[in-house]
Design a protein around this ligand. Structure first.
Ligand SMILES: Nc1ncnc2c1ncn2[C@@H]1O[C@H](COP(=O)(O)OP(=O)(O)OP(=O)(O)O)[C@@H](O)[C@H]1O
Ligand SMILES: [Mg+2]
Length: 323
């Protein structure tokens, strides 16, 4: 080997040593990186394990809470059922009490009325005009009380009646009721607007009672209007039909609107318009038995408006009977 070849060998040796050092350094770097990576993977695994554990605990807690809600719901349903039965029984008792009291009251009332009449007819020569006036007043009061008792009985019958829903043509019912009122008061001129084809599922008897009372009111409270008008229309309320009966009669003050549906509460005196104040209480009960709502609005001297819905029909609730 000559000098040149020896120099080449030395340079190659030096290169190999440099490369080896570089390689070892890279190896050390790689080892450090692997170590760091492993540490991070271990940390991440630990934190994932922790979150997993937390999630499991949360799921278990949620299941426990759901179970508790289910149990409470069942307990609540049971309590509501029991309370409903108790209330129904109390209601039935109260109803039959009202019923028998009303019946028992009728007999003495008939006596008061009958004997007052007997006095007027049989002893008329022995009674002066003032006495006769008193007897007439006694008879009028007895008859009014009999009317109140009849109204109370009708109110209690609405609650006791079995509800059977079927399609009812409200437009036709309205026309019939108004025609009948027109026949009874042929002298009156009332402009009517009845929207055609309004049909809904309702108990035919109860819905007739509802329409009759609202329309009789409209008829009565428009009796002093110069150009009386009564309307039946349908509006939509929360995707359900809402029936609207409007008149342009005496109206009422909205300050007392809460009293309207309370039995025997009247916003007009007997001198202005006669009545016992039971009609709208009956309307409210009949509508509530359908699961519907009824409301009123009005303005003194401008008229009144009654709106009602009939609750979900049989087809809406998948065949279940709805009250
Ligand atoms: N269309 C209406 N316009 C103005 N006021 C009304 C109307 N409908 C009802 N009212 C008011 O609401 C009150 C209660 O009405 P409700 O039908 O219960 O009783 P009523 O008509 O007085 O007597 P009845 O028991 O003979 O029906 C009425 O006395 C009246 O003051
Ligand atoms: Mg009335």
């Amino acid at each position: 080997m000559n000098q040149q070849e020896r120099d080449q060998m030395d340079r190659a040796q030096l290169q190999i040593e440099t490369l080896t050092t570089e390689l070892m350094e890279t190896q050390r770097g790689l080892t450090a990186l692997t170590f760091e990576l492993e540490e991070r993977v271990a940390e991440r695994t630990a934190s994932l394990r922790e979150s997993n554990q937390k999630l499991k605990e949360e799921v278990a807690e949620r299941e426990k809470a759901e179970e508790e809600v289910r149990r409470l719901n069942e307990e609540l349903e049971l309590r509501v059922d029991r309370r409903t039965h108790e209330l129904e029984a109390a209601n039935r008792d109260l109803d039959s009490f009202a019923y028998s009291v009303s019946h028992d009251l009728r007999a003495p009332l008939r006596s008061i009325d009958g004997f007052s009449l007997a006095l007027l007819e049989d002893c008329s020569d022995k009674i002066d005009d003032m006495g006769k006036d008193y007897l007439h007043r006694i008879r009028r009061s007895a008859q009014r009380m009999a009317q109140l008792i009849d109204d109370l009985l009708q109110l209690s019958r609405i609650v006791r009646r079995e509800l059977t829903r079927q399609p009812v043509n409200l437009s036709r019912e309205t026309r019939e009721i108004l025609c009948h009122l027109q026949e009874q008061n042929p002298e009156r001129k009332v402009e009517l607007f009845i929207e055609e084809g309004l049909t809904d599922e309702a108990d035919p008897t109860l819905i007739r009672v509802v329409l009759q009372n609202i329309l009789e009111n409209a008829w009565k409270y428009t009796s002093k209007a110069t150009q009386a008008r009564i309307e039946l229309r349908k509006e939509n309320h929360e995707d359900r039909p809402m029936y609207v009966i409007r008149d342009n009669g005496a109206g009422f003050s909205m300050a007392y609107v809460d009293k309207l549906f309370v039995p025997f509460q009247r916003l007009h005196s007997d001198d202005e318009f006669e009545g016992t104040g039971i009609g709208l209480a009956i309307v409210r009960r009949a509508i509530h038995r359908h699961g519907g709502t009824v409301s009123a609005s009005g303005k003194i001297g401008e008229g009144a408006c009654f709106r009602f819905t009939l609750g979900p029909s049989v087809s809406d609730v998948g065949g279940a009977q709805c009250e």
